[in-house]
Design a binder for this molecule. Structure first.
Ligand code: ADP
Ligand code: MG
Length: 346
């Protein structure tokens, strides 16, 4: 591995990190590479006997992520999402199956969470500018003004692949769900190539393919929300599943001792504040996990846990301000706490 790639790889252990080392197997070697796309560090690692093929698979995966970013990023001027935004209040826009799938899924989660998850959050994301040079605390009247344009019910679908935003001023932002879709797309490529062991980490959206080469489950570290990136508060073992965390420590700025982070409560227009500081979802599909981690963060402990308990095959870890850890019923006994400061509440 080149030195530059290694440095990038070292930085790439964001939010959730994975214990890769003990997976030794003389036949299979680890191929790993990293990149920066979707506004975050990406790292792909897979185990194969054929090094050249492994590298080709990783290249193909990064190309696929690049495609998805070109279609869905609001930071790319001619993305499909920006095209929809440009024609808000005017016309239906035809988009690719990729964008349509993500939009329909985002809309479904908006309906399911009564708008706590909201793919039409764009005007608020722009106003706060968190993580950009323009980040600032907007005035209340500015927030009230843009709230008028943050109603997911104004997203209209027509035929197979056409979308329109009802009112001029509405704007889509798929930042809360697109990484999950990209993680699923990459997982699909890796599985189709017959690769049996891989770890996909798209800025904390993790998918574990198969088991480690020694036949034991993957161990995934859950980020300690109070400590620097890479410090875990607990470890969970998984096989063929995804782990996605939303937290207030990922992207934020401080003003007058107060933290303003990037997950916005569409009801108030302010960063969501309900005592939850991180929400981790464990399930089979990463797009669902991504939408749900943002949803649970905004819904809060009670409603968020109720939602997760109502869904088959979906588990969650909610950490609140007092370092209290709440686990959904299917996870009881499965999170190994690595830091005594955290207390699992039964
Ligand atoms: P991250 O992208 O840091 O992993 P999330 O998946 O929780 O975290 O997504 C946060 C991003 O989702 C924000 O940067 C913004 O683009 C978008 N977003 C913010 N609030 C909401 C919301 N209530 N519903 C849907 N998307 C949101
Ligand atoms: Mg999300």
């Amino acid at each position: 591995m080149k030195k530059k790639t290694f440095l990038l790889a070292a930085q790439a252990f964001v939010i959730i990190f994975v214990f890769l080392l003990p997976a030794c197997n003389p036949q299979k070697q680890m191929i790993t590479d990293s990149a920066y796309m979707l506004g975050t560090h990406l790292q792909l690692s897979l185990w194969t006997e054929d090094k050249a093929e492994g590298m080709a698979v990783i290249r193909e995966c990064f190309q696929r992520i690049y495609q998805i970013e070109q279609k869905m990023s609001v930071n790319i001027a001619n993305s499909e999402v920006n095209e929809i935004n440009r024609y808000a209040g005017k016309e239906y826009v035809a988009v690719s199956d990729d964008t349509m799938t993500v939009l329909r899924k985002g809309f479904a989660y908006a309906a399911l969470t009564d708008g706590a998850f909201n793919p039409a959050i764009g005007p608020l994301v722009k106003l706060w500018g968190i993580g950009t040079e323009k980040e600032r605390v907007p005035r209340l009247d500015e927030i009230q003004e843009v709230l008028k344009y943050v109603d997911y019910k104004g997203i209209k679908f027509q035929d197979e692949n056409k979308v329109k935003l009802d009112i001029d001023g509405m704007q889509l932002d798929l930042g809360g769900i697109a990484k999950g879709y990209a993680a699923d797309a990459v997982t699909k490529i890796i599985r189709e190539k017959g690769i049996k062991h891989a770890i996909i980490n798209l800025g904390g959206n993790v998918v574990a393919v198969g088991k480690k080469t020694d036949g034991t489950p993957w161990k995934i570290g859950i980020q300690d929300p109070f400590e620097p990136t890479g410090t875990h508060m607990g470890v969970i073992e998984i096989t063929d599943q995804t782990v996605v965390t939303s937290g207030n420590y990922e992207r934020y700025f401080m003003r007058d001792g107060k933290r303003y982070h990037h997950i916005i409560d569409p009801k108030t227009g302010y960063p969501s504040e309900n005592g939850v500081i991180s929400a981790t979802i464990i399930t089979d599909s990463s797009i669902d996990a991504d939408a749900l981690s943002t949803s649970v963060y905004v819904l809060g402990l009670e409603k968020g846990m109720k939602l997760i308990e109502s869904m088959e095959g979906v588990e969650c870890i909610i950490i609140t301000e007092g370092k209290k850890v709440y686990l959904s019923s299917g996870l009881k006994g499965r999170l190994k706490i690595a830091n005594d400061g955290f207390e699992i509440v039964d």
